[in-house]
Structures are given as structure tokens and as C-alpha cells.
Design a protein around this ligand. Structure first.
Ligand SMILES: CC(C)(COP(=O)(O)OP(=O)(O)OC[C@H]1O[C@@H](n2cnc3c(N)ncnc32)[C@H](O)[C@@H]1OP(=O)(O)O)[C@@H](O)C(=O)NCCC(=O)NCCS
Length: 377
């Protein structure tokens, strides 16, 4: 028996949601290339596409938007719980705990029907922004800001986080970021969600599993590490020396490399552009310039030739920074979008389910005699 470490190249199931071509650098949602969606589609439309299988008509989209707006408010018990933990819990720990708790106050929680699971998908997606923004405000001794039903998902989140309604450019860019993060085939957190769903556990449990997996620095946590890296480097002129030092110590540079992409991550193409545009708009070029120089230093050290390129987290870090999102909220913001992919995969898993239970290759000792505790030395 042999195993691929980390299940590399193992096809673990089928999906009609998302196709990644890691050699060509293509990402496709339900047959539509993400490059065709950016600048034209919206996060809400992407959610509809992933959940229902095709782009919505105008009235279907209006209906979904109404449902999102109606579901944003957190139950009173959840608001109290959030207040109780906000100063103590880290952002991802808070999100994980609150999503798990939401199940307790959702009458649909244990209903396994597709209709109930769709309602839960919409509800969770509508409530992630409220959890994240309210958590942030509460930990800073500010009252949560009620959602504005006239704002879409992207604008409303920035509004309830900062108290300012973003302009059209910023809204459009953040909306595009949400589209880019919405799904990514059998990535670690989605796989965790599917494994949980495949036991026929409920959708909240599946999403809670996914949040736990996304939290790690090898997955969603990498975007936060990127800003920490740029801050540690300090100024653009120190980039080359710093990256060379990391390379010589064989340290991994956050925001680079990918299990599937061996060329430019198509999401990075857009995020690089957003970072550049925001650097110009804000008049603060430092973060974009440093990011560019890190990327150039990685190329110069031969990383691109080895297929190690900027991934989704690299330029999303400076983009989110320019958008005024606090660094430790970067990974929750990733989750705010990815919850759509998680729930779409959970729905797909339930629709044609079989328990996911692989095998392990045993490498331990054989035929070891049992020694009673009195005789152990
Ligand atoms: C994404 C990631 C976890 C993929 O991991 P993986 O497929 O298991 O690949 P490995 O960690 O085995 O890396 C393969 C080789 O590339 C190198 N490599 C991978 N990512 C690297 C990085 N970011 N910086 C420097 N070297 C890197 C590894 O050191 C290893 O080199 P070796 O063969 O000489 O030992 C990995 O690239 C990484 O840790 N990146 C940084 C974290 C990150 O940005 N995560 C977000 C992903 S969207």
C-alpha cells in the first residue's frame, strides 16, 4: 500500500460546482470562468449560481437579496453570547463558536431536507458579516451597527464594520474579492465540511468543521501572515534582503505556493490589480509596492520556475488592508465569502451521499505484547 502525503493528486470525490485547472491557472464556477464574472457579477449572484446551478434571473436575484437582507440580524441570544466572548476570543475562534451556537436558535437546524438546508445556507451567509462586524465593534467597546437593507452584501459588511458607507469603487472591489473567494473545489476547509456532512450530521456542524480548518496558517490564515511579513520587513528597500534571508533559512513565504496551482493563481491576477488601484486611490503606495517587490524577489530566487507563485492570500492582504479591514479579520472575511462554497458543497454532498472514510497506512510496530502496568519499568 502507498499513500500520497496530504492526499496530493488524490481525487476524493466528484463535484459539479467548481473546476480548477492548476496548470493553466483557471478557476471555473459551474462552467463559468471567474475572469468573465469579475466586474460583471456580484457576490449574491455567485451564491445563487453555486447553490442552484445556474445564474439567477432578475426576479430570482431580487428574491435572494430580500432573503439575505431579512436574515442579517442575529438572534438576541447570539448577540448576548457574542458580547460575552468578544474581548476574550480571537476572531476565528469567535466565528467558529458563534456559528456553532447559531444552530441552537435555528428551528431548521436538524431538518435534513434540501429546502431547510438552503434556508440555512442563506441564513449563515447573511449572518457571517453581522457576527464578524459586531464582534469587532464589541471588542472595541462600540455598539454594533444595524444592517442597512438597501445595501448589498459587500457594502453592508463594510458599513456595519466601519460605520461608513463605501463608495461604488470600493464596494465593487470588495464584492469582487468575495466572488474570488467563494469556492475552490476540494480545498481543506471544504473537504472538512464535506466529511462532516457525509456522516449526515447537520449543515451547521459541517460549516463549524470548515471554519476550524480555514483557521490554520497553511490555509485561510495565510493572508494575515502576509501583512505581518510586510510589517516585519518595514520598508520597500529591505524586501530583497529579507526574502533572500527567508529563502536561505528555508522558511516559507506566506501568500506563495499552492497545492493545485503551479502557475499564477487566477485570483491573484485580480487582487494584484485591486491592490494597485487602492494604493493609488488612498495615496499610500507602501503596501502594494512592498508586495510587488516581495513577488519580484520570489521570482528572482527561482520560485516561479518551481511553480511557486503568489496565491489568493498574497494580494488580498494588501487589498484588505487598504479597505480598512483590521488584519486579524482577514481570515474571517475569507470565511464570509467561502461560507457560500461550503454550503454549496454540503448540499451537493447530501444530494448523493456516501460516508467519507479513507484508510490510513499503518507504520507502527507489530505484534507488541501487552505488559501489565505493575511490570512496566
Ligand atoms: C500552500 C502550501 C501549504 C501548499 O503546500 P504543499 O502542496 O504541501 O507544498 P509543500 O509545503 O510540500 O512545498 C513544496 C516545496 O515548495 C516549497 N514551498 C512551498 N511554498 C513555499 C513558500 N510559500 N515559500 C517558500 N517555499 C515554498 C517548500 O519548501 C517545498 O520545498 P522542498 O521540496 O524543497 O522541501 C504551501 O505552499 C505553503 O505553506 N504556502 C505558504 C502558506 C500559504 O500561503 N497558504 C495559503 C494557500 S492558498
Amino acid at each position: 500500500m502507498s499513500s500520497n502525503r496530504g492526499l496530493e493528486d488524490v481525487v476524493a470525490g466528484t463535484t459539479a460546482l467548481c473546476l480548477i485547472d492548476g496548470r493553466q491557472g483557471r478557476l471555473i464556477y459551474r462552467g463559468i470562468d471567474i475572469h468573465a464574472m469579475i466586474g460583471r457579477s456580484s457576490f449574491e449572484e455567485t451564491a445563487y449560481l453555486l447553490w442552484f446551478g445556474s445564474l439567477p434571473t432578475r426576479s430570482q436575484l431580487n428574491d435572494l437579496n430580500k432573503k439575505f437582507a431579512a436574515e442579517r440580524r442575529l438572534p438576541a441570544e447570539i448577540q448576548m453570547l457574542l458580547k460575552a466572548i468578544a474581548k476574550k476570543a480571537s476572531p476565528m475562534a469567535a466565528l467558529r463558536t458563534m456559528v456553532s451556537a447559531l444552530a441552537i436558535y435555528d428551528p431548521d437546524a436538524e431538518d435534513p431536507s434540501r429546502d431547510a438546508n438552503l434556508r440555512k445556507a442563506i441564513r449563515m451567509t447573511a449572518r457571517f458579516p453581522s457576527i464578524i462586524a459586531d464582534y469587532h465593534r464589541l471588542r472595541n467597546n462600540h455598539d454594533p451597527i444595524p444592517s442597512d437593507a438597501s445595501l448589498g452584501h459587500a457594502a453592508n459588511f463594510l458599513y456595519i464594520l466601519t460605520g461608513r458607507i463605501p463608495d461604488r469603487t470600493v464596494t465593487g472591489m470588495f464584492d469582487a474579492c468575495l466572488i474570488l473567494h467563494a469556492d475552490h473545489e476540494f480545498n481543506a476547509s471544504t473537504f472538512a465540511a464535506r466529511v462532516t456532512a457525509a456522516t449526515l450530521s447537520d449543515a451547521y456542524s459541517a460549516v463549524t468543521s470548515a471554519i476550524g480548518a480555514l483557521k490554520g496558517p497553511l490555509h485561510g490564515g495565510a493572508n494575515e501572515q502576509v501583512i505581518k511579513l510586510l510589517s516585519a520587513i518595514g520598508t520597500p528597500d529591505r524586501v530583497e534582503e529579507y526574502i533572500q534571508g527567508m529563502m536561505s533559512r528555508k522558511e516559507k513565504v506566506p501568500g506563495f505556493g499552492h497545492r493545485v496551482y503551479k502557475t499564477e493563481d487566477p485570483r491573484a491576477t485580480h487582487l494584484r490589480k485591486f491592490s494597485q488601484e487602492l494604493a493609488q486611490k488612498t495615496g499610500d503606495s507602501k503596501w502594494y509596492e512592498m508586495s510587488r517587490r516581495v513577488e519580484e524577489a520570489m521570482i528572482a530566487s527561482g520560485m516561479k520556475a518551481r511553480g511557486i507563485c503568489a496565491n489568493v492570500d498574497f494580494y488580498s492582504a494588501s487589498t484588505y488592508h487598504y479597505l480598512g479591514i483590521p488584519t486579524d479579520l482577514f481570515t474571517p472575511v475569507f470565511a464570509l465569502s467561502r461560507v457560500v462554497g461550503w454550503t454549496a458543497h454540503v448540499l451537493e454532498q447530501y444530494a448523493d451521499n456516501r460516508l467519507i472514510r479513507p484508510m490510513g497506512e499503518y507504520t507502527g510496530p507489530q505484534e507488541v505484547p501487552y505488559v501489565p502496568i505493575e511490570q512496566r519499568g
